[in-house]
Write a protein that binds this ligand. Structure first.
Ligand code: DAT
Ligand code: MG
Length: 173
């Protein structure tokens, strides 16, 4: 019954993600005694509630959505960011004309830095968050429901296994 194609979904994923999946691949004892000893493929992703999310009192709402999805908070801390860490974190945007605005916004108040853990949590959190451009973020997503601006978009989430690892190291060392 268990065919190779079931695991074929890992094709096309990055090596790191595939390795993670292989390491944690679902295992079952066959269930003949009704036991459920399934080990899920887990990932850890870096999630950050941005200053507008904290200021607007939406942290509880957003964390509730994350927890209702079935993900767990593995770690969390309030932080105030400075420009050097933002230059690292948003290195891919440092030449954009709006980069100074991002720095101003992201240093305007505390953020809540979190490690979120769960099955396929990296991609899953990006889906819960919604699209980067606020006009593309669908209703039902965090950004789609609460953000009316691309800059003030409430939440950051790692976009790949590589960035999740680097960002967790950056913020939780
Ligand atoms: P994401 O946060 O969805 O990973 P990103 O990494 O491309 O998106 O950009 C980081 C943040 O920079 C984004 O959350 C908001 C801001 N940003 C991106 N593109 C922007 C734009 N065209 N105008 C204003 N802010 C932008
Ligand atoms: Mg990003």
């Amino acid at each position: 019954m268990e065919r190779g194609s079931r695991h074929g979904i890992s094709r096309g994923r990055s090596d790191a993600a595939s390795a993670e999946t292989a390491k944690n691949r679902k295992r079952s004892n066959g269930g003949s005694r009704g036991e459920r000893t399934t080990i899920m493929a887990t990932e850890r992703t870096y999630i950050m509630l941005k200053p507008d999310c904290i200021r607007r009192g939406l942290a509880g709402e957003v964390i509730a959505r994350i927890e209702r999805k079935g993900y767990r908070l593995a770690d969390a801390k309030m932080m105030t960011l400075d420009e050097p860490i933002l230059r690292e974190h948003y290195a891919h945007l440092k030449d954009e004309p709006f980069f100074p605005d991002i720095v101003e916004y992201m240093t305007s108040g505390p953020v809540l830095a979190m490690i979120v853990e769960g099955e396929n949590a990296i991609r899953g959190m990006r889906i819960l968050m919604g699209a980067t451009r606020f006009e593309d973020a669908e209703a039902g997503t965090i950004r789609g429901d609460f953000a009316a601006s691309t800059r003030y978009n409430l939440i950051h989430g790692s976009d790949s296994p590589e960035s999740a690892e680097a960002e967790i190291r950056r913020f939780f060392g």
